[in-house]
Design a protein around this ligand. Sequence first.
Ligand code: ADP
Ligand code: MG
Length: 262
Amino acid sequence: MNNKAMPVVSIVSLKGGVGKTAVTLGLAGAATSRGLASLVVDLDPQGNATSILRTHSSKTSVANVLEHPTRAEIEGALTPCDWEIGPGEVDVLASHPSVIRFDSWTHPGSAFTPKLAKALNQLDGYDLVLIDCPPSLGALTREALAASDLALIVTTPSYFGAQGVERAIAEVEEIRKGVNPRLKLAGIVVNRVRSVAEEHQYRMNELGTLYGKAAILKPFLPERIAVTQAEGFGTPVNEVKTPGGREVARIFDKYLSTLLRM
Ligand SMILES: Nc1ncnc2c1ncn2[C@@H]1O[C@H](COP(=O)(O)OP(=O)(O)O)[C@@H](O)[C@H]1O
Ligand SMILES: [Mg+2]
């Protein structure tokens, strides 16, 4: 990784509802319980991560940063949140509904000048930056990938999930060949796995065959009510003191180790 001091990880998928935000926040929770300082960039106009983190209000958002990618603008938009449970800390570059303006369709592979990358390059002081992407592979996700060292693809074990993974991998390749040669595919997170479901087993095997078993992060992320509970409470899943909460928290901690080793 080029930017060893502050690895930037994009959490992407073509689809909504697969768990991008859950994975982003799971990693942020794992990072803060290790004492790391992380920055969550919420690039989804729906702003789920911004609200689950109970982000303190601020005058500006990531939309302003995309408009003017200067050091002053990004530092002015950074805001704390309620996840100050320590020992680490989580800051947020909050979303705003107007971020949608930056998601206009452009032809994949067409030239563009990355704005978020420019702004993040002028920032320091974090151990980790996590970018929660919108559920599309449009201009916003391209901004995220152009700014990242690592791309983590999230999917569910379903037919359309596998198709989405294929397109996301192609997008990562495109950005690497174009604007961001340092971008690496960190792997695929298979989320909401119900090991008893035969269809899930079939799709897991299919993903393994298609993309090589090494690319799929282990263990899989199981379907656990603790994930939804954490979301409702506005806390990291490691604060949900149930067997499911502990299980999922352990997995996120493992994923974090994998990412930080890359
Ligand atoms: N492993 C899981 N187990 C149970 N529910 C989950 C899991 N992962 C995600 N969810 C739930 O699924 C919904 C969609 O997840 P979310 O992270 O918002 O997806 P995305 O950001 O990709 O749209 C949320 O309500 C979330 O709580
Ligand atoms: Mg989301």
